[in-house]
Every structure is written in structure tokens, then in C-alpha cells.
Design a protein. Structure first.
Lengths: 159, 112
């Protein structure tokens, strides 16, 4: 049997008020594919985090950028790629430093940000970040698999 | 997102902040604006009720961390309550749950 992925493409302005549109679309597609309630919520958070990063970091100064969201619905997995042409970053360094909040640190030292990529990585089954042109975050969620996997060695980068 | 802020009728500095709907990059700043000033009232007791919060992500976690910090600085007792299984999961994955539990000894805590 040859597998043809159904593809949904969405472009939203890189502005905070449009992130919920990407969330709605991804939850609709995931629900259509038969994901569990928890998996759909995981996908919503991951897509939101990727879009939030694009809004906050990618277009800090410009304010007129666009975020591309491509959702490929295969038979056993959904692959979502969130791209933007804003400011890039050192993906390999950031990925190495991904960690949850550390309860042993002083409250003053606890970071108020930086959990977005950590959550994407924790909630999705496979994550790839490409920083060749702008930033592209590709996230895969398999059907019929527990959402939270092991965090170590799950991410890769292409630069 | 809808935020309701209630103050106890007996005139003490007891506040209940209930958030209904979705907390994301668009709505989190409004929550921060509503919440932070209450944590700055010395000796106040502030409860954040998330029972009707249908969605949240790292932007909301950031607001809660900011509120915890400010509360600790101003001797405000900050409590997060009404955690749905979804929100509890996010708290646990990110380590925020451990921090909330630790702050219990300083006045704040996390309830189910």
C-alpha cells in the first residue's frame, strides 16, 4: 500500500493574537486523525510553543513576519513543521541546555522563560530543529504511543 | 481568557484570582498584570484558581514563576489551586510542581 500524506498548510501573522489559530487547526487535524485527548493536548501545546517562540524571538523587532505551519497527516504519525524567517539561534547549544526547572535553585534564580522548547521536546516523539534559513521546528507525534518519552537523545539539529 | 479577582468581604488582604479559558502568549500578559500587583501587597494571601483554565503553556508557567518570586519577596502567601490533570502534567514535566511544593514552607503551595 502506498502511503499518501494529507497535508494542511497554514500561514499566520507572527503576532501573539494569532497563535490560538495554529492551536485550533492542529487540534482539529489531530482529532480528525484519531489521537487521544491527551495526545491532542500535547500537540496543541507543542504547536503553540513553536509559534510563541517564533513570535517572541523571531520577530522581536520587525513585527510584520509570518509563521508557516505545515501539518502532514500520515497513517501512523502527524508531522508538524513550524517555520519562520526571523532571527535564528544556536540550536545545538540551546538543545544541549534544555532542562526542567531545578527545585534546588533559589527562587530568585528560577527562570521565567525558556521552557517552550523543553516542553516541545517532552511532549512530542521526535523533534528536529533546522536553523539554515530562519528557524524550522519539525515535530512528530506517533499515533498509539505514549506522549511523554525519554528526553535524552531525542532531538537532533541540522544547521 | 477571563480573569475574576475577588477580595474577601471581611476587609483582609485575601484575594482569589480565577482564570477561565486559555492562557497563552496573547493572554498571559493580562494575567501577569492582574496577578503581580496582588503579590506585592505585604502580608496578603493570594489564591490562583485554575479549575476553569482550559489551556495553558509555558507562557502561563512563566507568569506563575514570576508571581512566586514576587510573593516571596513581599511576604505574600501565594497558593495555586484547582489543577486539572492536564495542567498538573505540565507542572510536573517542567518541575514547577516541585518548586510550588518547596515554596509551601515559605507560605505558598499547590493543591489539586
Amino acid at each position: 500500500m502506498t502511503e499518501t500524506n494529507d497535508v494542511i498548510r497554514l500561514t499566520i501573522p507572527a503576532k501573539p493574537e494569532f497563535v490560538s489559530i495554529a492551536r485550533l487547526a492542529s487540534s482539529g487535524a489531530a482529532s480528525r486523525m484519531g489521537y487521544s485527548f491527551d495526545a491532542i493536548e500535547d500537540i496543541k501545546v507543542a504547536v503553540s510553543e513553536a509559534c510563541t517562540n517564533a513570535v517572541s524571538h523571531g520577530y522581536k523587532q520587525m513585527g510584520n513576519g509570518q509563521i508557516g505551519i505545515v501539518m502532514e497527516c500520515g497513517s501512523g504519525a502527524m508531522t508538524i513543521t513550524v517555520t519562520h524567517n526571523g532571527e535564528s539561534f544556536d540550536a545545538s547549544r540551546v538543545l544541549q541546555e534544555l532542562k526542567p526547572l531545578d527545585p534546588s535553585t533559589d527562587l530568585d534564580e528560577v527562570s521565567e522563560g525558556g521552557l517552550g522548547l523543553f516542553l516541545i521536546n517532552a511532549l512530542m516523539d521526535h523533534v528536529t530543529i533546522s536553523t539554515e534559513y530562519g528557524v524550522a521546528v519539525q515535530m512528530i507525534k506517533f499515533l498509539n504511543r505514549d506522549g511523554v518519552g525519554h528526553i535524552v537523545d531525542k532531538v537532533s539539529t541540522t544547521e | 481568557m477571563n480573569i475574576s479577582i475577588q477580595r474577601e468581604a471581611n476587609g483582609e488582604n485575601l484575594f482569589l484570582v480565577a482564570v477561565e479559558g486559555e492562557i497563552d502568549v496573547f493572554t498571559a500578559p493580562e494575567l501577569k498584570q492582574g496577578l503581580l500587583p496582588l503579590t506585592e501587597i505585604i502580608g496578603s494571601k493570594l489564591t490562583l484558581d485554575l479549575n476553569e483554565t482550559k489551556y495553558m503553556d509555558s507562557t502561563a508557567l512563566g507568569v506563575i514563576v514570576a508571581a512566586l518570586k514576587s510573593a516571596s519577596k513581599h511576604q505574600c502567601q501565594f497558593v495555586v489551586t484547582g489543577l486539572t490533570p492536564r495542567i498538573k502534567r505540565l507542572f510536573e514535566i517542567t518541575g514547577l510542581m516541585d518548586i510550588l511544593k518547596r515554596e509551601q514552607t515559605n507560605g505558598g503551595n499547590a493543591d489539586d
